[in-house]
Design a protein around this ligand. Structure first.
Ligand SMILES: Nc1nc2c(ncn2[C@@H]2O[C@H](COP(=O)(O)OP(=O)(O)OP(=O)(O)O)[C@@H](O)[C@H]2O)c(=O)[nH]1
Ligand SMILES: [Mg+2]
Length: 608
């Protein structure tokens, strides 16, 4: 069998599980995972490492006689029986010396901790931990058959269900011990139906059949057929029965007969299954079932919940960026920076060149706002600082309020409660945190006027290095030619034209020159606006980043961590299973942001 993927998946799953289930916040449900995990850890993994052996699990409802039947099969009083319900508390493995040793080395039943059973009463002792598997050596058994006495599957003690499920996942042949009072119980029927779906061989045995009365024998046969129908077996199938022997009688040597004489005693029947073929056949079905269950969980639960969390996180990130920072934080508001950029531009290009480029714009916006405030530099700087602080505070408060009131968080159940707890903690230190955010943001803003001046110089250098001035030169040459032609036509006249026509034509050509000049300037200005806008956006992005790191990543830390782990897991799983199963169709969605968080179209520049 090709097993490479199994080992790789085991490693990837182990890592993911350790990270996710050890975390305080529960995002994935263990119960939902166990549907395929029991099969994987309980059956597929341990099978890989060793040559075939069949595990025969004796299972059934409370008090039906599972332990008694186990003992009869072994012809020895190995496991304790009791008249009380739910007596067997922990599973008991009975195996040859070699297999018992393997099991005690904890390499066969990975979900259990195997311990040697010193005396049979241990199986009914209530104090042992849930994950204990009691191991009893039995020299009469060959290495190829291992027997398991199990706790009841319909117990009042809930931990028994889980144990029994795990044990049945680990089993190959399940002996279904039923009694006349329990053979159609819902839990019992469901349990064996699932065992069949997993490809196990189910052998039913009706226990405590009244002896010496053919009528009861017949009733038992009908009941067992009914049971078979309930669990989904229609055809003729070997069924067994065991009489209700009187107390005190030695029943250990008694045969467990089938209803038809063609099938031997249960012990012989079990040992007649060819080990390798039976194992391979069961394994194939188990893997198939594992694939189905893993696929179902992966698609419907894992990917769904991951997408859901990513959506929520992105919702808040977008809200912070587009609804809060972009609306409330406009760096150096009131300083008319765009004009300063134009002023600086003219300085860097040189007035003469600028005059050539844009003759009609030479007098626009020619005074720097820095130059205007330079007289009262200190006061202005304090004002700028204060204004920025207010803007940052406003963003911080708005974001915190948005989180505190968010219905999206309230909808998240226990995870939402944890987030709210963190939010309230953050709320109590909001002053300190705000100060921290301001301190982080201020150096990024060039708060001093001369720093700002430097920044503007840099923006202008960027503009000049990125602009295509040649196209401007082209336009300029054209507009100058037109200008010249217009002037010549007015001053010197045009051949064969009257004076009025000359003035009109000359005026028209001059207007075209101005028109081209205006278009040139407009395009030029648009590029400046764009670069300026980029600069504003980069400052806003810096504030968004700080607020995200200090607020969102703190209160949503569990979700961020989980998404990180889950995405790594998802990537690995994709790699492992891509060619193997068609279970990973959907993947993580590239989630569109909702309308309510659509970035606003109104550009920041227009506010200036
Ligand atoms: N007389 C008689 N009693 C039986 C027979 N089989 C089981 N019992 C009794 O039924 C009771 C329960 O038997 P167990 O073998 O402990 O049943 P179990 O299914 O293992 O029960 P739990 O472990 O509690 O779920 C015990 O008191 C047994 O002695 C039988 O063939 N004849
Ligand atoms: Mg028992």
């Amino acid at each position: 069998m090709e097993c490479n993927w199994i080992d790789r998946f085991a490693e990837v799953w182990k890592q993911f599980k350790e990270r996710v289930f050890n975390s305080e916040v529960k995002i994935l449900d263990r119960e939902e995972v166990s549907v395929w995990e029991d099969l994987f850890i309980g059956k597929i993994l341990p099978h890989l490492e060793r040559e075939g052996c069949l595990v025969i699990a004796i299972a059934g409802g409370t008090n039906t006689g599972k332990s008694t039947i186990t003992n009869v099969l072994m012809k020895k009083e190995i496991t304790a029986t009791d008249y009380k319900a739910a007596a067997t508390k922990r599973p008991v493995l009975i195996a040859s010396e070699r297999k018992a040793r393997e099991c005690l080395n904890n390499s066969m039943f990975l979900e259990f901790e195997a311990v040697r059973m010193e005396n049979k009463e241990e199986a009914i002792a209530p104090s042992l931990p849930n994950n204990i598997l009691l191991v009893k050596e039995e020299e009469s058994l060959p290495d190829t058959y291992l027997y398991l006495d199990t706790p009841d599957i319909d117990s009042i003690a809930k931990e028994h269900w889980k144990i029994a499920e795990k044990i049945v996942s680990a089993g190959d042949i399940i002996v279904a011990v039923i009694s006349d009072s329990k053979y159609k119980d819902d839990a019992v029927v469901k349990f064996f139906r699932r065992a069949l779906e997993e490809g196990k061989i189910v052998i039913p045995i009706m226990n405590k059949v009244e002896r010496d009365n053919p009528k009861y024998h017949q009733i038992a046969e009908e009941q067992i057929k009914d049971f078979l129908k309930e669990i989904g077996i229609q055809e003729n199938y070997p069924c067994f029965y065991f009489p209700r022997w009187p107390y005190g009688e030695n029943i250990l040597e008694k045969p467990i007969k089938s209803f038809t004489d063609t099938v031997p005693d249960l012990r012989e029947y079990i040992h007649s299954f060819p080990v390798q073929e039976t194992k391979a056949q069961i394994m194939k079905k188990t893997i198939q079932r594992f694939e189905e269950e893993l696929g179902r969980w992966y698609q419907n639960i894992f990917i769904e919940s991951l997408n859901h969390l990513i959506f929520k996180v992105r919702y808040f990130e977008d809200y912070l960026e587009n609804r809060i920072v972009k609306e409330k934080f406009v760096p150096f508001q009131g300083l008319r920076l765009l004009e300063d950029i134009n002023y600086e531009l003219r300085r860097q290009i040189g007035y003469f060149k600028y005059l050539i480029f844009f003759p009609t714009h030479i007098f626009l916006g020619h005074r720097s706002s820095f130059a205007k405030v330079i007289k009262d530099k200190e006061k202005t700087e304090i004002e700028i600082k204060q204004k920025h602080r207010w803007m940052i505070e406003e963003c911080f408060n708005a974001f915190l309020d948005c989180l505190l009131k968010s219905e999206l968080i309230a909808e998240m159940g226990p995870l939402g409660e944890k987030i709210n707890e963190r939010l309230h903690k953050l709320h109590t230190r909001r002053e300190v945190l705000l100060q921290k955010i301001i301190t982080e943001m201020e150096p990024l803003l060039s708060m001093k006027l001369e720093w700002m001046q430097k920044e503007i110089e840099n923006i202008v250098s960027d503009i000049l290095s990125s602009l295509n001035l040649y196209s401007l030169y082209g336009k300029r040459v054209l507009s100058l030619l037109l200008l010249g032609t217009g002037l010549i036509s007015i001053v010197y006249g045009m051949p064969y034209m009257g004076p009025w026509v000359e003035i009109l034509a000359g005026g028209g050509i001059l207007s075209s020159a101005v028109f081209i000049d205006r278009i040139g300037h407009k395009e030029f200005q648009a590029s400046i606006n764009l670069l300026y806008e980029k600069w504003v956006l980069s400052k806003q992005a810096e504030l968004t980043q700080i607020l995200k790191a200090e607020v969102l990543e703190d209160v949503f830390q569990d979700i961020y961590k989980y998404i990180d782990f889950a995405e790594q897991f998802e990537e690995e799983v994709q790699k492992i299973f891509n060619d193997k199963f068609s279970l990973l169709g959907k993947g993580i969605k590239n989630l569109p942001t909702e309308d309510r968080v659509n970035p606003r179209e109104d550009r920041v520049v227009e506010k200036h």
